[in-house]
Write a protein that binds this ligand. Structure first.
Ligand SMILES: Cc1cc2nc3c(=O)[nH]c(=O)nc-3n(C[C@H](O)[C@H](O)[C@H](O)COP(=O)(O)OP(=O)(O)OC[C@H]3O[C@@H](n4cnc5c(N)ncnc54)[C@H](O)[C@@H]3O)c2cc1C
Length: 390
């Protein structure tokens, strides 16, 4: 590693967690490198909703305006509905006593772009893209090599951040085991022009005969419709025309009469929770650390929660100044943030299982549980607060 390029922080992964880390680090002026394998972001149907609490961190990182500039919009809550559109539970957030009384939504790849734009305000920020990183074990921790612009470049960094997604090569190299659970039914997503007016841009989650179907606003007036589909039925869904897809949805959800969607993606769903978060100078972040069932729209939000606290601790303790200080900070970070995150993951998994089993009785129980929340003012208030990320 004598010819290695030196950085304070090397981040592997330019999805959401990696750019969020680079963005939060921008004010430090540290030498930050981000390595991303793909030339362009490929995915536009994944996470696109950020909670009100997350917006506080985006504002603190100075990236909120970049998101508005790229077309981000506000939604004011969510509705859980019967197939006929009767409201079981309404979850508004604009009445809460919080700084940002809305969810922000923006296409997945544009969230990543906004974070990278803000990260680039650090004059010592570099992006190598496309570049594939490989972990390199060195005497005092981990470095990496990155294949970039036809060259294999060795990199040494005080801190290595593995934000390389669920199957993280860096997590495996660090010998960190993970508890995984593969849900039975992949999530199918479709894009469609909206057929219902809603100036509040709320998410509509229907308790349908085919399980929970979510209808989520996209920027520019569209919808993303998501539902779990049994593997044996996937081919039929993927080959269906917009008219056929629309007729199937209308049959289950009369409110969606006239909708004409197109399939935008199929996502096999796995829950993953890493046993540890750090190993010497390496720390896991985002889906590389924990992957959630997407039914609750949490993945990016929990990643940004982790980034916020990690960067606070790194900066407050000048952790990149010495390997010992860094190890102490990573240990303190994990001790503080992992237990509540584990609880969040466990709750998310329980809800994910309910959604995955596609059992009509269980769907009816979910609906009854939410109706009970709607009927109790204090439970309802707490539900809204939790939905906002507090
Ligand atoms: C259908 C769906 C809907 C969702 N909706 C929401 C939502 O509304 N709100 C929410 O908060 N979350 C949502 N999520 C979850 C959210 O999308 C993920 O949690 C989030 O995108 C994870 O980001 P990440 O950066 O950790 O991982 P990824 O986005 O997977 O990024 C990892 C990156 O690392 C790169 N990489 C991997 N290996 C290497 C290597 N060796 N060298 C260089 N680069 C490498 C990859 O190319 C990739 O770009 C949803 C997920 C799905 C599937």
């Amino acid at each position: 590693m004598s010819d290695a390029q030196e950085f304070d922080v090397a981040i592997i992964g330019g999805g959401i967690a990696g750019p969020a880390m680079a963005c939060a680090l921008a004010p430090t002026g540290w030498r930050v490198l981000l390595v991303e394998r793909s030339a362009e972001p490929l995915d536009t149907a994944r996470g696109d909703h950020l909670q009100p609490k997350t917006c506080e961190w985006l504002a603190e990182w100075g990236v909120l305006d970049d998101m508005w500039a790229l077309g981000a919009e506000k939604r004011l809550g969510a509705r859980y509905l019967t197939p006929d559109g009767e409201v079981v539970l309404h979850v508004p957030v604009e009445q809460l006593d919080i700084p940002h009384r809305y969810f922000l939504y923006l296409n997945h790849e544009l969230i990543s772009q906004a974070l990278l734009t803000a990260a680039a305000r650090n004059p010592h920020f570099s992006v190598w893209r496309p570049a594939s990183a490989r972990p390199l074990e060195i005497a005092d921790g981990f470095g990496l090599t990155a294949e970039h612009a036809g060259e294999v470049k060795p990199v040494r960094a005080a801190l290595v951040v593995a934000a390389d997604g669920r199957t993280s090569r860096f997590r495996r190299a660090a010998g960190i085991s993970a508890d995984t659970y593969a849900y039975r039914n992949p999530m199918l997503t479709m894009f469609a022009p909206r057929t219902l007016d809603d100036p509040r841009n709320e998410v509509r989650a229907y308790f349908s005969p085919a399980g929970v179907i979510s209808v989520v606003p996209r920027t520019g007036g569209g919808w993303k419709i998501g539902l779990p589909v049994p593997p044996a039925e996937l081919a039929r869904w993927k080959q269906a025309t917009p008219e056929e897809l629309g007729r199937q949805l209308e049959q289950w959800l009369p409110e969606l009469a006239g909708v004409r969607p197109e399939v935008s993606g199929v996502y096999p769903i796995t829950r993953m929770n890493a046993a540890r978060w750090a190993e010497r100078n390496l720390v896991l972040l985002g889906d590389a650390c924990n992957t959630l069932h997407p039914g609750r729209s949490q993945g990016m939000n929990v990643a940004m929660r982790a980034v916020h606290r990690l960067v606070q601790l790194l900066v407050a303790n000048d952790a990149i100044a010495s390997p010992a200080a860094l190890r102490d900070v990573l240990a303190a970070y994990e001790a503080e943030v992992k237990p509540p995150m584990d609880a969040r993951l466990a709750d998310n998994h329980e809800r994910g299982l309910e959604m995955d089993r596609l059992d009509p009785e269980e769907t009816a129980q979910m609906r009854a549980r939410l109706a009970a929340v709607a009927a109790d003012a204090e439970l309802h208030r707490r539900y809204c607060v939790a939905a906002a990320g507090y």
